[in-house]
Design a protein around this ligand. Structure first.
Ligand code: DGL
Length: 285
């Protein structure tokens, strides 16, 4: 296999600067939930967002495919001088992080699973995780939670219908409510005290999920903890941005228009989104 670590060294000119952007990626609009948290906790950083909408959903793909997609994205982000990359995608974090950390040894790469699992293990004992089928099958959340608290109980449910419904903007559709009820019922039957959004798309469904789950259940959004971890890591590496941040750069691999619409709703402002084949780009917005 081609040595991407070498590519990382070659394609990047010079050492990283604090003013370089932090890269975030997801299969689509899910990572916007992490982006929003980055705006809140690290308002001074410049951000570069990539949504792999042409190859979405990731959650029903094989580990091999996901590793290859993540490799391509990281390579592209390195070319665009990302000083750090946040995998704003649980599926990638569950299935690819270990491999790509070895392939890009000098790039700080943060995933959402460990920060999310630690936050949940500190809060609850009976923990439900809703995620893509690939994340659920990887068992990554259970393993990470048990590392922190070996007495916790964990139930993981794969929810294949959620991502397409969210990408289509069908949050208020009664069908989405029905699907959510079906996915959540086994967790409600277990009397969970904590529920992890184990897919970055799912906080978009918060109003629906919160109307089904008792108010005593605490929701954990790993975005909050990963943004905090990013902040600590930048401090340790001496890579905080000390200049004014640049506007966020948005790229997608598929049609930019649906992304522009969800981003407007979720972020509350208009965004310019460019389509990129990870080598060329066309602006829309
Ligand atoms: N939002 C992503 C995640 O956190 C991926 C969803 C998908 O494409 O299936 O897993």
């Amino acid at each position: 296999m081609k040595n991407l670590a070498e590519n990382f060294g070659c394609s990047r000119s010079g050492t990283p600067n604090g003013s370089d952007p932090i890269g975030l990626f997801d299969s689509g609009v899910g990572g916007l939930t992490v982006l929003r948290e980055m705006y809140r906790q690290l308002p001074n950083e410049s951000l570069l967002y990539f949504g792999d909408t042409a190859r979405l959903p990731y959650g029903t793909r094989s580990q091999c495919e996901i590793i290859q997609f993540v490799r391509e994205i990281l390579h592209w982000m390195v070319e665009r001088r990302a000083k750090m990359v946040i995998m704003a995608c649980n599926t990638s974090s569950a299935l690819a992080i270990e491999t790509v950390r070895q392939e890009f040894p000098s790039l700080p790469i943060l995933g959402v699973i460990l920060p999310g699992a630690s936050a949940a293990a500190r809060q609850g004992k009976r923990i439900g995780v809703i995620s893509t089928p690939a994340t659920a099958a990887s068992d990554a959340y259970r393993q990470a939670i048990l590392e922190v608290d070996s007495t916790a109980e964990v139930w993981q449910i794969g929810c294949p219908e959620f991502v397409p419904l969210i990408e289509q903007g069908r949050i208020d559709d009664p069908y989405t409510y029905k699907v959510a009820q079906t996915y959540l019922q086994p967790l409600l039957d277990r009397n969970i005290d904590t529920l992890i959004y184990g897919c970055t798309h799912y906080p978009h469904l918060a109003p629906v999920l919160k109307s089904i789950v008792p108010s005593s259940v605490q929701f954990i959004d790993p975005a909050v903890s990963v943004a905090k971890a990013a902040s600590q890591e930048l401090e340790i590496l001496g890579l905080r941005n000390l200049q004014s941040p640049l506007p966020t750069q948005f790229y997608v691999s598929g049609d930019p228009q649906p992304f522009v619409e969800v981003a407007r709703k979720w972020l509350g402002h208009h965004t310019i989104v460019q389509q990129v084949a990870l080598s060329e780009s066309v602006a829309v917005g």
